[in-house]
Design a protein around this ligand. Structure first.
Ligand SMILES: NC(=O)c1ccc[n+]([C@@H]2O[C@H](COP(=O)([O-])OP(=O)(O)OC[C@H]3O[C@@H](n4cnc5c(N)ncnc54)[C@H](OP(=O)(O)O)[C@@H]3O)[C@@H](O)[C@H]2O)c1
Length: 327
């Protein structure tokens, strides 16, 4: 009798938690658009896992040709096979891209320009969150979060921008994060002349700064492309169950606090991706540019620096200098 009561109690608790979670998932915004993308070409960086992979599936399902620009070609080909099995006639391609090497970015862009005479959608999605104390650098010696999340994408966008303009109306989506509001700009660290000092800013301070760079880049890019038919969207997908924080170590006791918070606030990638779809595809956002989005809606950043024209222009000039380009 005791065992039966206990089993029923556990069953009811687990069932209740499942129902609560299902209810919670239904509260999150989802992009309702059923727009087709037949004939369109979309490039997604970092589509081997998480949000990029789910987005690739969505765009393929709408008829787009989707190019996965990824550093791990073996996994990328597995993803292609998996999507092709699910969506008959899916048009997919893989191009090697390691955003931590500007040379790799140049090679990737050259292949894309050779293979595709039009590119309608560019999703700057790939990202890393590598704790500052690990001191990891890009091939050119820049801080890794800044190098991969901002600098590599800055160069890639520059190299593809004329093709996007020629394919207008087209869209560029920059995947940032609300965590940019905790970011700060240290020009010497970005330039690679000083080590990142974590101080009181926490282990993910460099990640937050790189996400701030994403926002500053998006604002200036939109301004530059305003009269060229290319709209620019900067996005926070929310807090998602993905591999992003794989390098962060969490003390065992912290899980006691994290698990209930995660239960309530963390989204599966299929929900987190909805704001990316809203910006990349939806008719509702087609006349907007230069804005930041969360939960399929425009979001106003709480960080004053994110709209400071002096900082925006300075980052643009520094990025051009580091990538050795004029733009
Ligand atoms: N998950 C969240 O809670 C969250 C919240 C806010 C913003 N975001 C942003 O969402 C974007 C997607 O992240 P995710 O959550 O989907 O994480 P994820 O599952 O870790 O996916 C990141 C992707 O980026 C790729 N990547 C990493 N370093 C790269 C490099 N050097 N060159 C090329 N590709 C590289 C990864 O490839 P490998 O498999 O080869 O590592 C992977 O495909 C990121 O920009 C992230 O900052 C995520």
């Amino acid at each position: 009798m005791g065992i039966l009561t206990t089993s029923l109690g556990i069953g009811a608790t687990v069932g209740g938690l499942f129902a609560l979670r299902r209810w919670r998932e239904n509260q999150w915004e989802s992009c309702k658009t059923n727009k087709r993308l037949d004939g369109q070409v979309a490039v997604i960086t970092g589509a081997t896992s998480g949000l990029g992979k789910v987005l690739a599936e969505d765009l393929v399902n709408r008829g787009a040709t989707v190019i996965l620009a990824c550093r791990n070609l073996i996994v990328a080909k597995e993803v292609v096979a998996e999507i092709k099995q699910q969506y008959l006639g899916a048009q997919l391609d893989v191009v090697e891209l390691d955003l931590s090497s500007l040379e790799s970015v140049r090679k990737c862009a050259a292949i894309l320009l050779e293979r595709y005479d039009h590119i309608n959608i560019l999703i700057n999605n790939a990202g890393v969150s590598i704790p500052t104390k690990m001191g990891v650098k890009t091939a050119e010696g820049y801080e890794i979060n800044f190098g991969v999340n901002h600098l590599g994408h800055f160069l890639l966008t520059n190299l593809l921008v004329d093709r996007l303009i020629a394919s207008a109306p087209s869209r560029i989506v920059i995947v940032s994060s609300k965590l940019h509001e905790q970011g700060s700009i240290d020009w010497e660290v970005f330039e690679g002349t000083k080590e990142f000092e974590e101080g009181k800013r926490g282990p993910n301070a460099a990640y937050c700064s790189s996400k701030l760079a994403n926002v500053l880049f998006g604002t200036k890019l939109a301004e530059k492309l305003q009269s060229h038919g290319v709209n620019v969207y900067t996005v926070c997908p929310g807090w998602n169950y993905t591999k992003l924080f794989r390098y962060s170590s969490v003390p065992f006791y912290s899980w006691i606090a994290i698990i209930p918070v995660a239960f309530w606030f963390m989204k599966p990638a299929r929900i987190g991706v909805q704001t990316l779809i809203h910006c990349a595809v939806s008719e509702d956002s087609k006349n907007e540019t230069g804005l930041f989005y969360r939960d399929c809606k425009v979001y106003q950043s709480q960080l004053k620096a994110s709209s400071n024209p002096t900082i925006i222009n300075k980052l643009w000039e520094l990025s051009c200098k580091l990538c050795k380009i004029e733009w």
